[in-house]
Write a protein that binds this ligand. Structure first.
Ligand code: S3P
Length: 165
């Protein structure tokens, strides 16, 4: 079975959805951010601060490639689509679900969160800017778009499971 990738903006619910989906369809789940944190033994904030975004993106690509032949669910960081080679890999290697949420909804969900290095400062503005750049990239990479607006976890999982046939 090909890997199932979950992509989408920070706060779209990729990690939680991935975990629930995994137990629902009895598959393993791996999160690229968690793999990076394990490997570096540092938080994502610390990795960005000490080594910069480029270093983090290199690790992200490395991990994505390492997980190539792995069946199951792979949940990804919101910025994975910024590199063209990652978009190609995702699209060609598995089935890609884009968990869509509006920027307003994203802001509500992660307003208080301090764990995202790219959102330090004026969160609303930063979300809007990144969102505009990335939305076309998520759309381009996705095989299936799941609109998470006003849906609970069970409904989102059900939609994904239906698509998987
Ligand atoms: C990032 C999203 C984060 C994490 C890092 C960078 C991004 O993951 O990879 O902070 O560039 O959108 P989540 O999407 O799980 O928050």
């Amino acid at each position: 079975m090909k890997p199932i990738y979950l992509i989408g903006f920070m706060g779209a619910g990729k990690t939680t959805t991935g975990k629930e989906l995994a137990s629902c369809i009895n598959q393993e789940v791996i999160d690229t951010d968690e793999e990076i944190v394990k490997r570096e033994k540092k938080t994502i904030n610390d990795i960005f601060e000490e080594h910069g975004e480029g270093y983090f993106r290199d690790l992200e690509t490395l991990i994505l490639n390492d997980l190539d032949n792995r069946a199951g669910i792979i949940t990804t960081g919101g910025g994975i689509v910024t590199r063209p080679e990652n978009r190609k890999k995702l699209k060609e290697n598995g089935i890609v679900f884009f968990l869509y949420a509006s920027p307003e909804e994203i802001f509500k969900r992660i307003e208080k969160d301090q764990s995202r290095p790219l959102l330090k400062g004026d969160k609303k503005r930063l979300i809007q800017e990144l969102y505009e750049k990335r939305l076309p990239l998520y759309r381009e990479t996705a095989h299936v778009v799941i609109d998470t607006t006003n849906k609970d976890k069970a409904e989102i999982i059900q939609e994904i499971v239906e698509c998987l046939g």
